[in-house]
Design a binder for this molecule. Structure first.
Ligand code: ATP
Length: 223
Protein backbone atom coordinates (compact mmCIF):
# COMPACT_ATOMS: atom_id res chain seq x y z
CA UNK A 1 0.00 0.00 0.00
CA UNK A 2 1.38 3.40 -1.01
CA UNK A 3 -0.45 6.48 0.13
CA UNK A 4 -0.09 10.21 -0.45
CA UNK A 5 -1.09 12.89 2.03
CA UNK A 6 -2.28 16.05 0.33
CA UNK A 7 -3.01 18.78 2.85
CA UNK A 8 -4.25 22.30 2.29
CA UNK A 9 -6.95 24.76 3.16
CA UNK A 10 -8.96 23.81 0.05
CA UNK A 11 -10.85 27.08 0.36
CA UNK A 12 -12.24 25.94 -2.08
CA UNK A 13 -10.85 22.87 -3.87
CA UNK A 14 -10.09 23.70 -7.53
CA UNK A 15 -9.05 21.88 -10.69
CA UNK A 16 -5.37 22.64 -10.03
CA UNK A 17 -5.59 20.48 -6.88
CA UNK A 18 -7.48 17.71 -8.67
CA UNK A 19 -5.11 17.48 -11.58
CA UNK A 20 -1.87 17.50 -9.59
CA UNK A 21 -3.23 14.83 -7.26
CA UNK A 22 -4.06 12.69 -10.30
CA UNK A 23 -0.63 13.21 -11.91
CA UNK A 24 1.23 12.47 -8.67
CA UNK A 25 -0.89 9.37 -8.07
CA UNK A 26 -0.10 8.03 -11.52
CA UNK A 27 3.63 8.86 -11.50
CA UNK A 28 4.28 7.53 -7.98
CA UNK A 29 1.80 4.64 -8.31
CA UNK A 30 -0.09 5.59 -5.19
CA UNK A 31 -2.99 3.43 -4.08
CA UNK A 32 -4.62 6.31 -2.24
CA UNK A 33 -4.38 10.06 -2.08
CA UNK A 34 -5.80 11.50 1.14
CA UNK A 35 -7.02 15.07 0.74
CA UNK A 36 -6.83 16.62 4.20
CA UNK A 37 -8.49 19.99 4.71
CA UNK A 38 -6.82 22.02 7.45
CA UNK A 39 -8.88 22.91 10.49
CA UNK A 40 -7.20 26.13 11.49
CA UNK A 41 -4.15 26.46 9.26
CA UNK A 42 -1.15 27.83 11.18
CA UNK A 43 0.04 30.07 8.33
CA UNK A 44 -3.17 31.60 7.12
CA UNK A 45 -5.58 33.95 8.83
CA UNK A 46 -9.11 32.71 9.48
CA UNK A 47 -10.53 35.65 7.56
CA UNK A 48 -12.32 34.54 4.41
CA UNK A 49 -11.95 30.91 5.43
CA UNK A 50 -15.13 28.94 4.76
CA UNK A 51 -16.24 26.65 7.61
CA UNK A 52 -14.34 23.35 7.76
CA UNK A 53 -17.52 21.39 7.13
CA UNK A 54 -18.12 23.22 3.82
CA UNK A 55 -14.54 22.77 2.63
CA UNK A 56 -14.82 19.10 3.58
CA UNK A 57 -18.10 18.56 1.68
CA UNK A 58 -16.80 20.32 -1.42
CA UNK A 59 -13.84 17.92 -1.37
CA UNK A 60 -16.08 14.92 -0.76
CA UNK A 61 -18.21 15.74 -3.80
CA UNK A 62 -15.23 16.61 -5.99
CA UNK A 63 -13.42 13.34 -5.26
CA UNK A 64 -16.46 11.02 -5.16
CA UNK A 65 -15.93 9.56 -8.65
CA UNK A 66 -12.23 8.79 -8.22
CA UNK A 67 -11.62 5.47 -6.41
CA UNK A 68 -8.04 6.52 -5.57
CA UNK A 69 -9.07 9.71 -3.80
CA UNK A 70 -10.21 9.95 -0.22
CA UNK A 71 -10.97 12.89 2.06
CA UNK A 72 -9.92 12.77 5.68
CA UNK A 73 -11.38 14.89 8.45
CA UNK A 74 -8.53 14.26 10.93
CA UNK A 75 -7.47 17.90 11.00
CA UNK A 76 -11.02 19.18 11.28
CA UNK A 77 -11.70 16.94 14.27
CA UNK A 78 -8.52 17.88 16.09
CA UNK A 79 -8.72 20.95 18.28
CA UNK A 80 -6.21 23.78 18.01
CA UNK A 81 -4.01 24.62 15.05
CA UNK A 82 -3.36 22.03 12.32
CA UNK A 83 0.24 20.91 12.15
CA UNK A 84 1.40 18.64 9.35
CA UNK A 85 3.68 16.57 11.59
CA UNK A 86 0.70 15.61 13.80
CA UNK A 87 -1.37 14.70 10.75
CA UNK A 88 1.44 12.56 9.35
CA UNK A 89 1.75 10.65 12.65
CA UNK A 90 -2.01 10.17 12.77
CA UNK A 91 -2.20 8.82 9.21
CA UNK A 92 0.79 6.51 9.84
CA UNK A 93 -1.01 5.10 12.86
CA UNK A 94 -3.98 3.95 10.77
CA UNK A 95 -2.13 2.64 7.68
CA UNK A 96 -1.05 -1.02 7.52
CA UNK A 97 2.46 -1.52 8.95
CA UNK A 98 4.42 -2.00 5.73
CA UNK A 99 2.77 0.95 3.93
CA UNK A 100 4.71 3.64 2.12
CA UNK A 101 3.54 7.18 2.54
CA UNK A 102 4.49 10.52 0.96
CA UNK A 103 3.53 14.07 1.61
CA UNK A 104 2.38 16.04 -1.45
CA UNK A 105 2.69 19.81 -1.60
CA UNK A 106 3.09 22.68 -4.02
CA UNK A 107 6.30 24.66 -4.36
CA UNK A 108 4.82 27.68 -2.55
CA UNK A 109 3.97 25.57 0.49
CA UNK A 110 7.44 23.98 0.43
CA UNK A 111 9.08 27.42 0.47
CA UNK A 112 7.53 28.06 3.89
CA UNK A 113 8.82 24.83 5.34
CA UNK A 114 10.97 26.36 8.05
CA UNK A 115 7.89 27.88 9.66
CA UNK A 116 6.37 24.44 10.23
CA UNK A 117 6.37 22.77 13.60
CA UNK A 118 9.16 20.14 13.92
CA UNK A 119 10.03 20.37 10.25
CA UNK A 120 13.34 18.56 10.76
CA UNK A 121 11.49 15.56 12.18
CA UNK A 122 9.10 15.64 9.27
CA UNK A 123 11.94 15.01 6.78
CA UNK A 124 13.19 12.13 8.91
CA UNK A 125 9.75 10.62 8.92
CA UNK A 126 8.23 10.96 5.45
CA UNK A 127 9.12 11.39 1.77
CA UNK A 128 7.98 14.67 0.31
CA UNK A 129 6.82 15.25 -3.27
CA UNK A 130 7.11 18.91 -4.22
CA UNK A 131 4.95 19.86 -7.19
CA UNK A 132 5.96 22.79 -9.38
CA UNK A 133 3.54 25.67 -9.36
CA UNK A 134 3.22 28.34 -12.03
CA UNK A 135 3.36 31.99 -11.05
CA UNK A 136 4.72 31.13 -7.64
CA UNK A 137 5.45 34.64 -6.31
CA UNK A 138 8.71 33.58 -4.67
CA UNK A 139 9.98 32.47 -8.06
CA UNK A 140 10.66 35.20 -10.52
CA UNK A 141 13.57 36.39 -12.64
CA UNK A 142 16.82 34.68 -11.82
CA UNK A 143 15.11 32.36 -9.38
CA UNK A 144 12.66 31.03 -11.93
CA UNK A 145 14.45 27.68 -11.91
CA UNK A 146 12.44 25.83 -9.29
CA UNK A 147 15.07 23.09 -8.86
CA UNK A 148 17.69 25.68 -7.87
CA UNK A 149 15.27 27.30 -5.48
CA UNK A 150 14.45 23.94 -3.95
CA UNK A 151 18.15 23.18 -3.57
CA UNK A 152 18.69 26.48 -1.71
CA UNK A 153 15.81 25.82 0.65
CA UNK A 154 16.82 22.22 1.31
CA UNK A 155 20.53 22.88 1.90
CA UNK A 156 20.12 26.02 3.97
CA UNK A 157 17.13 25.05 6.05
CA UNK A 158 16.77 21.28 6.17
CA UNK A 159 20.19 19.62 5.83
CA UNK A 160 23.43 20.26 3.97
CA UNK A 161 23.77 16.55 3.31
CA UNK A 162 21.01 16.40 0.72
CA UNK A 163 22.30 15.78 -2.84
CA UNK A 164 20.35 16.30 -6.05
CA UNK A 165 20.09 13.35 -8.41
CA UNK A 166 19.08 14.73 -11.84
CA UNK A 167 18.21 11.29 -13.18
CA UNK A 168 15.43 10.75 -10.69
CA UNK A 169 14.73 14.46 -10.02
CA UNK A 170 15.07 13.96 -6.32
CA UNK A 171 17.15 15.07 -3.38
CA UNK A 172 18.63 12.16 -1.48
CA UNK A 173 20.13 12.07 2.01
CA UNK A 174 22.13 9.40 3.86
CA UNK A 175 19.68 9.37 6.74
CA UNK A 176 16.69 11.53 5.99
CA UNK A 177 13.86 10.79 3.55
CA UNK A 178 13.98 11.58 -0.16
CA UNK A 179 12.48 14.84 -1.42
CA UNK A 180 11.08 14.56 -4.94
CA UNK A 181 10.70 17.38 -7.39
CA UNK A 182 7.74 16.74 -9.66
CA UNK A 183 6.88 18.78 -12.72
CA UNK A 184 3.15 18.58 -13.11
CA UNK A 185 1.12 20.22 -15.85
CA UNK A 186 1.26 23.93 -15.07
CA UNK A 187 -2.22 25.00 -14.05
CA UNK A 188 -2.36 28.57 -12.88
CA UNK A 189 -5.42 28.38 -10.65
CA UNK A 190 -5.49 29.47 -7.02
CA UNK A 191 -8.23 29.42 -4.41
CA UNK A 192 -7.51 33.12 -3.76
CA UNK A 193 -8.46 33.90 -7.34
CA UNK A 194 -11.61 31.77 -7.15
CA UNK A 195 -12.74 33.65 -4.03
CA UNK A 196 -12.05 36.96 -5.76
CA UNK A 197 -14.07 35.95 -8.80
CA UNK A 198 -17.03 34.84 -6.67
CA UNK A 199 -16.94 38.09 -4.68
CA UNK A 200 -16.88 40.03 -7.94
CA UNK A 201 -19.80 37.96 -9.31
CA UNK A 202 -17.64 36.56 -12.10
CA UNK A 203 -17.77 33.03 -13.51
CA UNK A 204 -15.70 30.26 -11.91
CA UNK A 205 -16.83 27.64 -14.40
CA UNK A 206 -14.03 25.30 -15.57
CA UNK A 207 -11.79 26.45 -12.71
CA UNK A 208 -13.47 24.31 -10.05
CA UNK A 209 -15.33 20.99 -10.26
CA UNK A 210 -18.99 21.48 -11.24
CA UNK A 211 -20.15 20.20 -7.86
CA UNK A 212 -17.94 22.79 -6.14
CA UNK A 213 -19.40 25.60 -8.20
CA UNK A 214 -22.95 24.54 -7.30
CA UNK A 215 -22.06 24.17 -3.61
CA UNK A 216 -20.49 27.64 -3.43
CA UNK A 217 -23.61 29.26 -4.88
CA UNK A 218 -26.02 27.21 -2.77
CA UNK A 219 -24.22 28.06 0.47
CA UNK A 220 -23.44 31.60 -0.61
CA UNK A 221 -19.75 31.17 0.20
CA UNK A 222 -17.15 33.87 -0.55
CA UNK A 223 -19.66 36.60 -1.34
P1 ATP B 1 -4.90 30.03 -1.55
O1 ATP B 1 -4.92 30.77 -2.86
O2 ATP B 1 -6.10 30.26 -0.69
O3 ATP B 1 -3.59 30.22 -0.81
P2 ATP B 1 -4.24 27.52 -2.90
O4 ATP B 1 -4.85 27.62 -4.26
O5 ATP B 1 -2.77 27.70 -2.77
O6 ATP B 1 -5.02 28.47 -1.88
P3 ATP B 1 -4.26 25.41 -0.93
O7 ATP B 1 -5.47 24.74 -0.40
O8 ATP B 1 -3.53 26.33 -0.05
O9 ATP B 1 -4.69 26.13 -2.32
O10 ATP B 1 -3.28 24.34 -1.56
C1 ATP B 1 -3.08 23.04 -1.06
C2 ATP B 1 -1.78 22.52 -1.68
O11 ATP B 1 -1.91 22.46 -3.11
C3 ATP B 1 -0.56 23.42 -1.41
O12 ATP B 1 0.54 22.58 -1.17
C4 ATP B 1 -0.41 24.20 -2.70
O13 ATP B 1 0.93 24.56 -2.93
C5 ATP B 1 -0.87 23.21 -3.75
N1 ATP B 1 -1.48 23.84 -4.93
C6 ATP B 1 -2.62 24.55 -4.96
N2 ATP B 1 -2.91 24.97 -6.21
C7 ATP B 1 -1.90 24.50 -7.01
C8 ATP B 1 -1.62 24.60 -8.43
N3 ATP B 1 -2.43 25.28 -9.25
N4 ATP B 1 -0.49 24.00 -8.88
C9 ATP B 1 0.33 23.33 -8.03
N5 ATP B 1 0.11 23.20 -6.70
C10 ATP B 1 -0.98 23.77 -6.18
Amino acid sequence: MKAGIFGGTFNPVHLGHMRIAEEVRERFRLDKVYFIPAGRPPHKTDQGLAPGVDRYFMLKEATAENPYFEVSDVELLRSGRSYTIDTVEQIFSVLPRDSGCSLIMGMDAFMEVETWKSFQNLFERIEVIVVSRPACPELSGARADQTETMRDVILSRISKQYRYDPETSCFVHPRMKTIYRFKATAIDISATNIRRLVAGQKSIRYLVPETTETYIYQKRLYV
